[in-house]
Design a binder for this molecule. Structure first.
Ligand code: NAD
Length: 292
């Protein structure tokens, strides 16, 4: 199987390296050729453009920032017209059903299949090959792509969640809930500390209670113990995901006051700390507001 990979960033970089190390021949492309240095040293082939890459592959994997870049690579850069008949476009970006549908309509006319498979597990999961993957699309196409997904993710956590669109929707709902947990948790911890409770004691009590969450028990530790806000997931991407989540809610006609509020708090954090600040920087926002 000839595989192409476009988007060699925090996630796509290590995911594609895992494919190469598993013995899968890879053609790679990114806006920044320096991102492919390690890949080329391990035997991958460089393509100068997305369309040049697309002509050579049975499966094209994209791991791009979001829908704008997906559309630009697939449509503007000519990939939809360059992919061979019978090939597959496997999009692992956190994107939207709407863009994939528009791109998919062009691909359908050319006999190219598509599958969406957005991931969770952070950059460390990408490096370890233990990502959780939410697949939307036809089962038959999933079976063709499964050997690749099993290398990049934990085979036990490659979930087929429904037809096209369902994979993106599950991923956006997961992120929305995690960001909502972060904001809700940070708010109550800040109040508790200002009310005179020791932070470590408060956190231990909450972890042991029915109010526990993955964020409270695990992710918050890197902020509290190491001042690490996880810059491998940038605020620009977090705000992109929250915007897509609120847009999806609007598209399906569900009012989402809390989600919209969390999006605004994240946008405030992005305005204050910048696009490249880590996804957990809103914790700092609350600390500063409370003078902690
Ligand atoms: P990133 O910004 O680190 O990497 C994106 C890569 O795409 C960059 O190398 C960039 O140069 C390249 N790129 C952008 N536009 C391009 C174009 N037009 N042509 C070719 N290459 C282009 O982003 P990331 O953190 O790796 O995230 C990738 C996707 O995975 C996003 O959709 C993100 O929401 C999702 N995601 C990220 C994480 C995380 O922890 N970082 C976790 C789960 C999902």
């Amino acid at each position: 199987m000839n595989v192409g990979f476009i988007g060699l960033g925090h996630m796509g970089g290590p995911m594609s390296l895992n494919l190469i190390r598993a013995g899968i021949p890879l053609v790679v492309h990114d806006l920044d050729k320096a991102a492919a240095e390690e890949h080329l040293a391990l035997g991958a082939t460089w393509a100068d453009s997305p369309a040049e890459l697309a002509t050579q592959v049975d499966v094209l994997i994209t791991m791009l920032p979001g829908p704008r870049q997906v559309e630009s690579v697939l449509v503007t850069a000519g990939v939809t017209d360059a992919l061979p008949e019978g090939s597959v476009w496997l999009d692992m970006s956190t994107s939207t059903p709407e863009v994939a549908r528009r791109v998919g309509e062009r691909l359908d006319t050319r006999g190219v299949s598509r599958l969406e498979a957005p991931v969770c597990g952070m950059a460390k999961g990408a490096k370890a090959g233990t990502l959780q993957i939410f697949v939307g699309g036809a089962e038959g196409v999933l079976e063709r792509c499964r050997p690749l997904l099993d290398v990049m993710g934990d085979p036990e956590r490659v979930f087929h969640v429904g037809p096209h669109g369902a994979g993106y929707a599950v991923k956006l709902m997961l992120n929305q809930l995690w960001f909502s947990h972060l904001v809700a948790t940070t708010e109550v911890l800040t109040v508790g500390v200002k009310a005179g409770v020791d932070l470590a004691v408060l956190r231990r009590a909450l972890v042991a209670s029915s109010a526990n969450s993955h964020f409270l028990e695990h992710d918050l530790a890197s902020v509290l113990e190491r001042g690490d806000y996880d810059e491998s997931f940038a605020m620009a991407l977090a705000c992109k995901d929250l915007g897509l989540s609120v847009d999806l809610a609007r598209d399906v006609g569900v009012p989402v006051e809390l989600s919209a509020m969390v999006e605004q708090i994240y946008r405030r954090g992005r305005a204050k700390y910048g696009d490249l600040a880590g996804e957990m920087i809103p914790v700092r926002l609350y600390e500063e507001l409370a003078g902690i």
